[in-house]
Design a protein around this ligand. Structure first.
Ligand code: NAP
Length: 310
């Protein structure tokens, strides 16, 4: 089987044009979206993500504020940063970048975050709304996964409104930002959802579940954690992982995903690459949510999840 590679850069390019229109419409109403990112420490993928969204915000002429805190920051100072951003009317969306150090538990930050600015739906209220199928914001990474899947379904003549009915969707990874919200989005689409995680792997049972998948979404942060012998022929495989790997010979760092691309592609119907897969769509979606938050705060018409059904 020759897998179709789902081109995230092309899909992101299409969404970029729509996002630029959304920003223009909002500016015509006198509203300027403002994004703030909070980065603690010096994690390589988080820094790279910060640079990408900064560039995108600049391109779109959105306001952008970058809060960079040292790895040993005290929880009280991190909370104070969130409090300041909550209170700043020029900031309409706040992204807390992960990973966070142990002394700054993510749930403590999420508890304080203003739900109106919580564009990743990590606060209890926004996560709850998402779980109930009526999201205020669809978090950017799971949104990007399902956008890729929806567009791939369309390209093969399947209607995304029914294409997931009863299919086996296996999510590997259960973080609050990716795996868990993807569970809710999958259930909302009538998929049969299985959530696997580190303990599934430690029990030696990960392949038992990945082999059941019609669709597998892997968000773990371990290069090649899912290999070709762990999936069945015709699977549709989405790779969220971003893992920096240093080439010993050249010293250069390149990025690989969580799928063992070659062996999974040999069996899959379709597969998303890393880089050039989920990542570029995630960036656009984050800014889209920032625009949506700005519109809601200003009580003007808000764009609707790029037309995606929750
Ligand atoms: P995270 O918070 O560290 O969560 C990782 C999840 O993977 C956890 O649920 C963990 O299980 C599970 N896990 C760890 N080792 C495992 C194993 N051997 N087998 C099965 N499951 C395992 O990570 P995250 O924020 O969700 O991110 C995951 C990856 O996606 C990272 O590489 C990150 O850089 C990338 N990412 C990419 C984008 C994008 O736009 N493309 C966006 C966000 C994140 P437990 O819960 O049991 O510990």
């Amino acid at each position: 089987m020759t897998a179709t590679t789902i081109d995230g850069n092309r899909l992101a390019g299409e969404l970029h044009a729509r996002l630029a229109e959304e920003v223009q419409d909002l500016r015509a109403s006198g509203v300027r979206p403002g994004l703030a990112t909070v980065l603690v420490g010096e994690d390589y993928p988080a820094q790279a993500y910060e640079r990408r969204v900064r560039r995108l915000a600049d391109e779109l002429d959105c306001r952008y504020v970058s809060e960079q805190l040292p790895a040993d920051v005290e929880l009280a100072d991190a909370l104070a940063t969130i409090g300041r951003l909550n209170a700043d009317p020029r900031i309409t969306g706040i992204l807390v970048l992960r990973p966070l150090p142990a002394q700054v538990p993510e749930v403590d930050l999420y508890r304080l975050l203003d739900p109106a600015k919580d564009i990743e739906a990590v606060t209890p209220v926004n996560a709850g709304l998402l779980a109930q199928g009526r999201p205020r914001f669809i978090p950017s990474t799971p949104a990007a996964c399902f956008h890729m899947l929806d567009e791939y379904m369309r390209s093969t003549g399947r209607d995304p409104a029914t294409a997931y009915d009863g299919v086996n969707l296996v999510l590997v990874g259960r973080s609050n930002n990716v795996g868990k919200p993807a569970v809710w989005l999958g259930l909302q689409r009538n998929a049969t959802v299985i959530s696997a995680h580190h303990y599934t792997d430690r029990a030696g049972r990960l392949p038992d579940f990945t082999r059941l998948a019609d669709i597998v979404i892997v968000a773990v942060g371990v290069p090649g954690v899912v290999t070709g012998d762990m999936v069945r022929d015709g699977v549709i495989a989405i790779d969220v992982g971003i893992n920096p790997v240093r080439d010993e010979a050249t010293g250069k760092v390149h990025l690989v995903g969580d799928l063992d691309f070659e062996s999974v592609a040999a069996r899959a119907e379709a597969i998303s690459p890393v880089p050039g897969g989920v990542g570029p769509i995630t960036d656009i979606w984050l800014l889209h949510n920032t625009v949506r938050a700005a519109a809601m705060a200003a009580h003007v018409e808000r764009p609707r999840h790029f037309g995606m059904a929750p």
